[in-house]
Design a binder for this molecule. Structure first.
Ligand SMILES: Nc1nc2c(ncn2[C@@H]2O[C@H](COP(=O)(O)OP(=O)(O)O)[C@@H](O)[C@H]2O)c(=O)[nH]1
Ligand SMILES: [Mg+2]
Length: 433
């Protein structure tokens, strides 16, 4: 169980390690107010809830001090936040003084958010979104994590559960009173199908959302001298990769990050694939194949005279977009025409990449973690087995599989989450969150 109240009081610097205008020290737990008063003697005995008091902090600086009484605080406990100037040294001196209070200790990474979860302020999917939001590197990443924090994923899971719970109850009732179960099968099938449809839609949307969250890998590959590195540079807008008429110029894998319509895209330039390459180039070719395995989208860059694209396509395991490069030298019937030399087709290509990668769909519910995807997959599979059992087996099996699906969905929002799982999740956080 997760609801054991913790009696310790914790404190940490909640703001980043760099200097800033304002810094925040957060204190949470039963002794929060008492501990805060040690460094803020000017704080009233009964501070007004959520009122910003300007007071001397540790005799070093004046800053705002706010008391958030339990349970209406981030953690659900007594919380006090101190906001002096954002000097890392000043903040650590204040924190040190606070920690002289015997009931207070330093917070562990993610401990504030973990307490918010344990105290029922937020469910697990939303708690996990806090870490993603703090770490987000792109606009799409921020929007996606913020949507999850606001409950977008939790609502979808709760909606599925709210249909499965009564279905499960009805199935159990049929088992207890078989006489009244006559004709129940047809309805059960429709109800199972409806939830399955929901979960399958969530999985499809979740993949797009996950890309928004973590960013996409786009790998340029193809024959030597096709113009991969030139295109890579053109997409970046800088001359990052070496370009030369000599075949085999690129031997290593080069990566650079661009943002397409808010989506973070890691562009990967690779060594051209060819037989009979020298030793170092062959190592590069091996790296090309490795990069292709990790690609969300592979761009097969080919010159106007390239033939037999089938063999090239099969080098990539996932989605492939053919780029008809050097379109200024001649057009080919197949592929997206681009000339990195004169810039033709470049902005169309960027728009096409954004479209294929689902940019602009950051609000799509994200199945950001492997944990979420795995739990959803298990729930879906259990319901598929329940559906099959309806025709081929007994209602006991249908009810049993429905219960398995419910348990899997519960894992996402964290009902009955085990301590080891919580440890693993909250270790990803930084201190003060
Ligand atoms: N005319 C023309 N030449 C290009 C274009 N892109 C690349 N090249 C030339 O093709 C040669 C090979 O280019 P590079 O980018 O190094 O090819 P890579 O081996 O596929 O990386 C270089 O001499 C480039 O200047 C293009 O769009 N038009
Ligand atoms: Mg190259």
């Amino acid at each position: 169980m997760t609801s054991a109240p913790s009696s310790s009081t914790i404190a940490a610097i909640a703001t980043g390690p760099a200097a800033g205008g304002v810094g925040v020290i957060r204190i949470s737990g039963p002794a929060a107010l008492e501990a805060a008063r040690r460094v803020v003697p000017g704080l009233p005995l009964f501070p007004a809830p959520r009122h910003a008091y300007l007071a001397s902090i540790a005799g070093l600086d004046d800053g705002l001090v706010i008391h958030f009484p339990a349970p209406n605080s981030y953690t659900g406990e007594e919380v006090v936040e101190l906001m002096p100037h954002g000097s890392p040294k000043l903040l650590s001196m204040v924190l040190q003084r606070l920690c002289e209070h015997p009931a207070l200790r330093l917070a562990e990474p993610g401990e504030f958010t973990r307490r918010a979860f344990v105290n029922g302020r937020i469910d697990l999917a939303r708690a996990e979104a806090v870490a993603d939001l703090v770490a987000a590197q792109s606009e799409a990443g921020v929007r996606s994590a913020a949507a999850q924090l606001a409950g977008a994923l939790s609502q979808r899971i709760d909606a599925a559960k709210s249909r499965l719970v009564p279905l499960h109850a009805d199935l159990e009732a049929c088992l207890d009173f078989p006489d009244e179960a006559e004709g129940a099968d047809a309805l059960v099938a429709a109800r199972l199908d409806a939830v399955l449809e929901d979960l399958e839609a969530l999985a499809a949307q979740g993949a797009v959302g996950a890309l928004a969250r973590r960013g996409a890998h786009v790998v340029l590959y193809g024959p030597v001298n096709a113009g991969k590195s030139t295109l890579f540079n053109a997409l970046l807008g800088t001359r990052r990769a070496l370009v030369d008429p000599e075949p085999g110029t690129t031997r290593d894998v080069l990566e650079a990050i661009i943002e397409l319509q808010g989506l973070q895209v890691t562009l990967v330039d690779t060594a051209g694939l060819r037989a009979g390459a020298g030793r170092v180039e062959a190592l590069g070719i091996e790296k090309t194949r490795e990069a292709l395995r990790g690609a969300d989208l592979a761009l097969l860059v080919v010159p106007p005279d390239a033939t037999d694209l089938g063999a090239w396509r099969s080098e990539a395991s996932g989605e492939v977009l053919v780029i008809a490069a050097k379109s200024d030298l001649g057009r080919r019937s197949e592929g997206f025409p681009v000339s990195a030399a004169n810039g033709q087709g470049l902005s169309d290509l960027k728009a096409e990449l954004a479209r294929r990668l689902g940019a602009g769909k950051a609000e799509a519910v994200a199945l950001a973690s492997e944990r979420h995807r795995d739990a959803l997959r298990r729930a879906t599979e259990a319901l598929q087995r329940a559906r099959a059992a309806l025709d081929a087996s007994t209602l006991e099996v249908v009810a049993g599989e429905t219960a398995v699906a419910l348990d899997a969905l519960d894992e996402i929002t964290g009902q009955d989450a085990r301590t080891e799982l919580l440890d693993a999740i909250f270790q990803r956080f930084c201190i003060g969150k």
